[in-house]
Design a protein around this ligand. Structure first.
Ligand code: NAD
Ligand code: IPM
Ligand code: MN
Length: 379
């Protein structure tokens, strides 16, 4: 019987609440589909940082790396200034394990009200494929005053290591800051390859690449050329470049026209929240950070401090992230059964048993229990 060691970082805010429900589903599926899971929970996040004055212990990443997959809730806490926990935990995981592509599906679900109009019978089914280790997320930058900024920055992310030397002189002198966006052809190319393969699997005729080469031709012109090169080996799928501002507009106006949407890292972050917003909400948006080593599965949403502890968190994004994880582990039937259970739960439940986010009245643990009942065939 296959056995999977799964590292779990519940994290902050609603993170532990939604992960608790996701694990209920995972534990219910394992015996039914003939595998076992060995869960290793890690206390990392804001609480750990406040207590230990460090985000991760020495060797923490290496230890996590021995697991088969990582399930993460969310990190970030108003008691900690924005930055350290997100940078040194979440982003550090993506970079350390070279999780080069972030797959973020958003689709319409039964009984999940949507804020946009789609034609009768049409559905929204958008798959955002986000490049995950380059662009502005390399975080090469500096801030300072005096009109003269000089920085030699270590590049230690994604595929590359090296140095970036940047000098900025302003006249008249003023406080200033900059961040350098960096793309490389292997970095963009492998994300594009993955997006084209996913488009082929889904039988898409088109693949949209969200760009902004009209304003930023160095970085995004390079993106366009690299994606066009990848397109040559996928003749069944036609590449369409779209300016990301227009994409944001069209996703609201005519979302049914979009399938696979490939985005550079920063645009992908924003467009995936937008895609969640026009479907069931962030509480239904799952994601998979895929690399050749440890891959990480997490909801698209954050720690939602505004609703943490109220029971209003929707755990379905975390539950659907377990489905993406099972698929990645090769447990395809279990993954599909979990999607089907979410579908059954949403379609068969009276409004009062749906998550608050979907105008229902079911607290987070009740949603988790009802999905388990659907897995068991009792709904
Ligand atoms: P957020 O995603 O936490 O919340 C945005 C809005 O969506 C809030 O109104 C929240 O209540 C709602 N929401 C989010 N998830 C929900 C769910 N499951 N059910 C119902 N409603 C939900 O974004 P934010 O407020 O910008 O960020 C809060 C913190 O989370 C910050 O510290 C941020 O850095 C961090 N963050 C972490 C991750 C991550 O760990 N992957 C992702 C995004 C943001
Ligand atoms: C996400 C988040 C992260 C990102 C933050 C918390 C650093 O918004 O996973 O979408 O920008 O990638
Ligand atoms: Mn985000």
């Amino acid at each position: 019987m296959p056995s999977y060691e799964i590292a779990v970082i519940p994290g902050d805010g609603i993170g532990p609440e939604v992960i608790c429900e996701a694990l209920k589903s995972l534990n219910a599926l394992a015996p039914r589909f003939g595998f076992t899971v060995d869960l290793r929970s890690y206390p990392f996040g804001a609480e750990y940082y406040l207590k230990h004055k460090e985000v991760l212990p020495k060797g923490g990443l290496e230890d996590l790396g021995t697991a088969k997959a990582l399930l993460l809730g969310a990190v970030g806490d108003p008691r900690v200034p924005p930055g350290p926990v997100e940078q040194e935990l979440l982003l550090a995981l993506r970079f350390h394990f070279d999780q080069y592509v972030n797959i973020r599906p958003s689709r319409t679900w039964p009984n999940a009200p949507i804020p946009v109009a789609v034609p009768e019978g049409a559905e929204i089914d958008v798959l955002v494929v986000r490049e995950n280790t380059e662009d502005f997320y390399m975080n090469l930058g500096a801030s300072g005053d005096g009109g003269h900024l000089k920085a030699t920055l270590p590049v230690r992310r994604g595929l590359y290591s090296g140095e970036a030397k940047i000098e900025l002189s302003l006249d008249p002198p003023s406080e200033a800051a900059f961040t350098l966006g960096v793309l490389t052809s292997p970095g963009t190319g492998r994300a594009a390859e993955r997006a084209f393969s996913l488009a082929e699997e889904r039988g898409e005729r088109l693949l949209y690449s969200a760009t902004k080469s009209n304003a930023l031709p160095h970085i995004y012109g390079f993106w366009d050329r690299t994606v066009a090169e990848a397109a040559k080996s996928h003749p069944a799928v036609k590449l369409k470049n779209i300016n990301v501002d227009n994409l944001a507009y069209q996703l609201v106006r005519a979302p049914q026209h979009f399938g696979v949407v490939l985005c550079p890292n920063l645009f992908g972050d924003i467009i995936s929240d937008l895609a969640a917003g026009i479907t069931g909400g962030l509480g239904l948006a799952a994601s998979a950070n895929i690399g050749d080593g440890l891959s990480m599965f997490e909801p698209v949403h954050g720690s939602a401090p505004d609703i943490a502890g109220t029971g209003k968190a929707n755990p379905l994004a975390a539950i659907l992230s377990v489905s993406l994880m099972l698929d990645h582990l090769g447990e395809r039937e279990a993954a599909e059964a979990l999607n089907a259970a979410v579908e059954t739960y949403l379609s068969k439940s009276p409004r009062v048993s749906l998550p608050y986010e979907l105008d229902g009245g079911a607290p987070c643990p009740k949603v988790g229990d009802l999905v388990v009942r659907a897995i068991e065939g009792h709904l």
